[in-house]
Design a protein around this ligand. Structure first.
Ligand SMILES: [Ca+2]
Length: 467
């Protein structure tokens, strides 16, 4: 009788706890922080560069840092489309850049001409739901801050894609101070262009907007902060296309000065300064979450959208942004969720950006339409060390450039270089094993062909495919 009473009592005592775990009020806040062209080695805690990222290092120390993390494309737009949709660019339709390439040849767009150019008319297919759509259906308040890069016509902007507010640029690069893209005003507040903040360094503005959002929303409904920096991407300014000195990465002079005697070149000093400023802004955002009492209830992801652009080199990995070598697609990745994800763990599990959306769904209980095919996996059990990553293979394609990875083997096939590599023993992709291991090569090329066939057979999406 006593035992029975004790059982009943403990059940009653446990009930609120169990109920609390399922209560909508306890849904975790979601923060996804994306940097732009920050190379795989370019975190202070990697110990490979004289780069200073104390706040990201602290985030890594309080969570899991992954060293075998990949994005889906070696440059901005398609990679970011996968973060937002959880789908391969080849499936969601945004498998190339939304970019006016004529600027490469010195062409200056007028406002009227720009309004009809690819950067205005192309974007993420409106039929593609974003992570914002899924979380909003689940009761979240969502904001997108910074680089959107999913198109700028109204139907493509965040307010129409699952977000409640937006401050940032819709295209894939701006001048950090004028907020123009090669002379075209590009900063939006919600659905309207704004020049109110012209002259202020973009990273400071994105920090301000993130802090304002947190202040207004912490402790209320669960929130989703998509904080996508344009740093440390090169500024999109005219001198670059006029044959003059390339502006490269922009940063305030007093910040650049701090790095001049530490690095070999001026562009590198500016790159390190831009990373350092972004890191400081991220620190303020993390502090605000902590001060609001929401730290333990906030799941934070940090990643770069593609490999380093080559400013400081990506050694020991090969190549850079735009390429299928590891330097183009392998990136920094940190996940922090106090009490739910262990602290201070560095994992070499095979993980990609396709895993972010399914992991968010698992953490929040948000659902997706039954017929929506996602390409990734919930990696919370992997981050907790409970089981290996469900990711065993990955594929990449950029026009004629192809790559596949199965287990430790990676195959690259591009007009500028190809081969089969064992990443466990040859991270730098130097020793081509094609002749030595024809059966492995055949396995990877066959898997790539099967993936390509699956992508071709998927429901057609714009802007590039017939649909
Ligand atoms: Ca980028």
């Amino acid at each position: 009788m006593l035992r029975l009473l004790s059982l009943v009592l403990s059940s009653i005592l446990l009930l609120p706890l169990l109920h609390g775990a399922d209560s909508p009020a306890k849904k975790p806040n979601i923060v996804i922080i994306v940097s732009d062209d920050q190379g795989w080695p370019d975190l202070g805690c990697m110990g490979l560069k004289p780069i200073s990222t104390p706040n990201l290092d602290k985030l890594a120390a309080e969570g899991v840092r992954a060293t075998n993390f990949y994005v889906t494309w070696p440059a901005c737009t398609p990679s970011r489309s996968s973060i937002l949709t959880g789908r391969f660019p080849q499936r969601n339709g945004l498998y190339d850049m939304v970019r006016n390439d004529m600027v490469n040849y010195g062409h200056r767009y007028t406002l009227d001409e720009y309004a009809l150019s690819p950067e205005m008319t192309l974007g993420l297919d409106p039929r593609e739901p974003t992570i914002g759509d899924h979380l909003r259906r689940s009761g979240y308040t969502n904001t997108a801050v910074g680089k959107w890069d999913m198109g700028q016509a109204k139907r493509f902007l965040p307010m129409q894609r699952g977000f409640d507010s937006f401050y940032g640029h819709g295209n894939n690069g701006i001048d950090y101070y004028t907020h123009e893209r090669y002379g075209i005003p590009s900063m939006f507040r919600d659905n309207e262009l704004t020049e109110k903040d012209k002259g202020t360094y973009a990273t400071y503005l994105f920090e301000r907007e993130a802090l304002n959002f947190l202040e207004a929303n912490s402790g209320k409904r669960p929130f989703f902060l998509y904080l996508a920096f344009n740093a440390p991407h090169s500024g999109s300014s005219y001198p670059e296309v006029e044959g003059g000195p390339r502006p490269g990465v922009q940063a305030p002079e007093e910040e650049v000065a701090k790095f001049r005697d530490k690095v070999s070149t001026e562009p590198l000093a500016r790159y390190y300064a831009a990373v350092s400023i972004m890191d400081r802004s991220i620190g303020k955002v993390l502090d605000a979450i902590e001060k609001s009492g929401e730290k333990d209830n906030t799941l934070i992801f940090f990643l770069s959208d593609n490999g380093g652009s080559g400013n400081g080199g990506n050694a020991p990995i090969r190549g850079h942004k735009g390429q299928m070598w590891e330097g183009g697609i392998r990136d920094p990745f940190i996940v922090c969720w106090p009490g739910k994800v262990p602290a201070g763990v560095v994992t070499d599990e095979f993980i990609t950006s396709l895993e972010i959306l399914p992991t968010v769904l698992a953490a929040t209980g948000a659902t997706v339409p039954a017929d929506l095919k996602l390409d990734g996996f919930d990696i919370l059990p992997t981050l907790r060390g409970e089981k290996p990553s469900p990711r065993t293979q990955m594929f990449w394609q950029r026009r004629g450039d192809k790559a596949a990875r199965i287990g430790k083997y990676k195959w690259v096939d591009t007009p500028k270089g190809k081969g089969l590599f064992d990443l466990e023993t040859d991270l730098g992709e130097e020793h081509d094993l094609s002749a030595e291991k024809p059966e492995i090569l055949k396995k990877l090329t066959a898997a790539f062909a099967a993936w390509q066939a699956e992508m071709d057979a998927s429901e057609p999406r714009g802007p590039f495919r017939n649909y």
